[in-house]
Design a protein around this ligand. Structure first.
Ligand SMILES: [Fe+2]
Ligand SMILES: [Fe+2]
Length: 305
């Protein structure tokens, strides 16, 4: 099964509990990373030159994030659901065993990658073991999405979900690659991911990257505008205060009128400066949005056969 087939089979078209929707979303990210791993395994098989560190980062990510955060959260949900409906107990047992097996296989594969990088394991072993790992993961996620999530969704009530949502252990943990910021140890992989996604491995995931990048840029534009307006406002208040003191010392009798006129002038200047700051910011925001749309259009075009 490749990523395309996986994505077609698992398009979420049924509204379901947000917690399950977020697990599906995490599956999409995992599937994208597995697709990148498959690309690299294919390249190794063809004896092409590959960035060995990227392969290491991919597996380091798999054992760092899905094994430590995604699967344990699922285990808690499955356990809760199996307590509500004993009919789910067998699925729970099978999936929890599978999580343990996937974690063991992930660690073993990481070791093979380290050995291969050190010249102590051959590429064929890595390709075979890597492909088995990818297939196992796809099969596991397929079972969850096709059988288990719908069953859990049918069994748990809103009150059950409220209880689960309140559980601290079930709070989503920021993904070090697809989350708000890419962690340093996964940067090479993240860059490769973006590049290979750009080649059309999964357009939707790219769209997400593009939108996220645009969102961050827009945030930067706005926070810079806010910072500038704060500075302008502070400077203007200081100027107003200083000039009020000078005017009062110079002409104490006329100072109320002079100060009022001076403050009105300063206020107009301040308003003009703020207007310029926010006009520039809105021009930048329009540019960010235009670039985002251009990039999405290019991606769509690149995706066509
Ligand atoms: Fe799972
Ligand atoms: Fe899962």
């Amino acid at each position: 099964m490749d990523l395309q087939t996986y994505a077609e089979q698992h398009e979420a078209d049924v509204p379901e509990a947000p917690m399950l929707a977020s697990l599906r979303e995490e599956h999409r990210h995992i599937a994208t990373v597995l697709a990148l791993l498959s690309d690299h395994l294919n390249a190794i098989e063809r004896s092409e030159l590959v960035n060995t560190h990227v392969i290491y980062e991919i597996m380091d990510y798999m054992v760092t994030w899905p094994d430590r955060f995604h699967h344990p959260r699922e285990d808690l949900i499955y356990a809760y659901a199996a307590d509500v409906d004993r009919g789910l107990a067998e699925d729970r047992r099978q999936l929890q065993n599978d999580h343990d097996a996937i974690a063991r296989e992930g660690k073993a594969l990481l070791q093979v990658i380290e050995d291969w990088r050190a010249g102590e394991a051959n590429g064929t072993t890595l390709v075979e073991q890597g492909r088995a790992y990818v297939q196992h993961h796809y099969k596991h996620m397929s079972m969850e999405e096709q059988q288990v999530f719908p069953a859990i969704d049918a069994v748990l009530t809103r009150a059950d979900w409220r209880e689960l949502v309140a559980d601290d252990q079930l709070q989503p943990v920021g993904d070090p690659v697809f989350g708000r910021r890419v962690q340093r140890e996964f940067r090479n992989m993240a860059r490769k991911l973006r590049r290979s996604l750009r080649r059309g491995v999964e357009r939707q995931a790219v769209a997400e990257w593009v939108s996220m990048e645009s969102m961050f840029e827009a945030y930067e534009v706005l926070s810079m505008a806010l910072q500038s307006s704060r500075t302008v406002t502070r400077d203007q208040l200081m100027t107003s205060l200083r000039e009020t003191v000078y005017i009062t010392l110079d002409s104490p009798l006329r100072s109320p009128f002079l100060c009022a006129a001076n403050n009105a002038r300063l206020t107009l200047e301040w308003a003009e400066e703020l207007r310029n700051i926010y006009r520039d910011a809105s021009v930048d925001l329009v540019r960010v949005d235009r670039e985002r749309r251009d990039r999405l259009r290019l991606l769509k075009r690149a995706d066509r056969p």
